[in-house]
Design a protein. Sequence first.
Length: 93
Amino acid sequence: MYRQVGVVLNNKEGSPYLQFREDVIVTAGTILALQRPKDQIDYLVKENKITQTEADARLAKIPDYLRFNVLKKSDVEKKGSKKGTEAQGAENF
């Protein structure tokens, strides 16, 4: 399972930078993923969690300077649970 811990933004010159929204401990083996906000919204539509109209309204609110959400894989996984273990539309790095 992944949770959002930060974002990748563009500064005024267009250069990307990473901003954490909470304290994050990153050690060897920690998995971080990048997720485009549009990909997450498209996934919600595909899974019938929101309508296309709701998706369009959410997409209109995403600022141009927001490039990616930064997700961290949870340290604790529930035994036998596969639901939510993959970040939809996310790219591990």
